[in-house]
Design a binder for this molecule. Structure first.
Ligand code: C6P
Length: 412
């Protein structure tokens, strides 16, 4: 039962050494991919290769190792940019989605947002696309308002239109919710925001890893994502920004390599994207992210998506047989990404996650860094199983059996 028609899971699983380990004597069933994904051997090898063969700083030294490291780092930037339909000179390497939104908050927001301005976010945002805007609103005397969600877990488009009518300066919204799985129509929402005169910041943390994203067709101003959720290393991600906006922005951090010239009393800035990459950058992990992009490209993101839709359909069917289990988010798998957040009777998600762990099954439980959304759903926490390309129908069967075991313990 390991094979879906979309990809050869059995073959893919052999590329991920961690999947061979056991947890509490059981086969590892890793269903916490929305938190972070596992890494294929090719990504691990790329890090070892960099450190053991050409470790050197980039953009500085003319010696052979320096040239090789620079070529690999810039090569990775090109791969990451192409992967999402962007240009390399609009692609800034950052630590991840959180650093990307904070970079926009400081480098764009401090200059552009004025007292009395309105900023918009949505109630399905991760905290990393809320808290920076709260901080910005506070420092500038602006107001932050939220677009709500409908009972079926979609953006409330009527409320969006109404709030856009108040001429906001910014609309921050996610491409895909890390709890509901909802995939938002980015092109449509961004077009509406632009018509209202707002700049858009889109969180791609749960989209880029799971389905094809072509920014050239989405008309957004800023787009952020994290490498560790797309089979790459931790500590690296990207902020894609419209060139004219990036050029107009002040630097985020000051230091080496982000300057053109430094005088006693002022400095001038390097070209975009280097203006935003101060100091020694995360060379190894950028190269590792390039290797992850190569790996995903070799499978094909359309195949990754197809596989996840099959897993979702199977999971929904399998879990629908569990009495007392409630799944959040849109009904149709084609409108959501490969994750399922749920509650099981009155079993606390942390208790469920602990019992599942004893079976070797890793899920996430808690508020998923989306507390405003938890309030909308009227819960304090959920359990969440999230998939990637190495997950199989067997993993979902194991999840169901683990849930039934918890049901027996808690007498559901
Ligand atoms: N969500 C989850 O378990 P960082 O930590 O910067 O790489 O990504 C932050 C982030 C931003 N947006 C969305 C939609 C996300 O899901 C995340 C990370 C993880 O859901 C960890 S809280």
């Amino acid at each position: 039962m390991l094979k879906t028609e979309a990809v050869d899971v059995e073959r893919i699983r052999r590329d991920f050494p961690i999947l061979k380990r056991t947890v509490h004597g059981k086969r590892l069933v890793y269903l916490d991919n929305a938190a972070t994904t596992q890494k294929p051997q090719a990504v691990i090898d790329s890090l070892v290769d960099y450190y053991s063969r050409y470790n050197s700083n980039v953009h500085r030294s003319v010696h052979t190792l320096g040239e090789e490291a620079t070529a690999a780092y810039e090569g990775a930037r090109g791969k990451v940019a192409r992967f999402v339909g962007a240009r390399a000179n609009e692609t800034v390497f950052v630590r991840g989605t959180t650093e990307a939104t904070n970079l926009v908050r400081f480098a764009w927001g401090e200059k552009q947002v004025k007292k009395g301005d309105l900023l918009l976010a949505t109630r399905m945002e991760h905290h990393s696309n809320i808290v920076p805007w709260q901080l910005l609103a506070k420092s500038k005397g602006a107001t932050l308002k939220f677009v709500g969600i409908t009972p079926d877990g979609n953006l409330d488009m009527e409320e969006l239109d109404r709030l856009l009518g108040e001429s906001p300066k910014l609309l921050a919204f996610t491409h895909c919710s890390n709890v509901l799985g909802t995939i938002n129509d980015v092109a449509n929402v961004s077009r509406k925001a632009h018509k209202a005169g707002a700049t858009t910041v889109v969180d791609g943390a749960q989209s880029v890893p799971h389905f094809p994203v072509d920014l050239s067709a989405l008309d957004v101003d800023f787009y952020a994502f994290s490498g560790h959720k797309m089979l790459g290393p931790t500590g690296i991600g990207a902020l894609i920004g419209r060139k004219a906006l990036l050029e107009d922005m002040d630097p985020y951090e000051g230091g080496g390599e982000m300057i053109r010239e430094v005088f006693d009393d002022h400095s001038t800035w390097n070209d975009v994207p280097y203006k935003f990459e101060a100091g020694t950058v995360n060379i190894a992990d950028a190269i590792g992210l390039g290797a992850a992009v190569d790996y995903l490209t070799s499978i094909g993101m359309d195949k990754v998506r197809e596989h996840e839709i099959r897993l979702l359909d199977y999971a929904r069917e399998t879990l629908s047989k569990v009495k007392g289990l409630h799944v959040y988010g849109p009904e149709d798998s084609k409108e959501r990404s490969g994750l399922i957040a749920f509650n099981y009777a009155d079993v606390h998600p942390h208790d469920l996650a602990t019992i599942l762990d004893e079976e070797g099954i890793a899920i996430r439980s808690g508020h998923h860094c989306a507390q405003p959304l938890m309030r909308c759903l009227n819960v304090s926490a959920t359990s969440r199983a999230s998939f990637h390309v190495y997950n199989s129908y067997d993993d979902i069967d194991a999840l169901k059996q683990g849930i039934m075991k918890a049901g027996a313990i808690f007498k559901v």
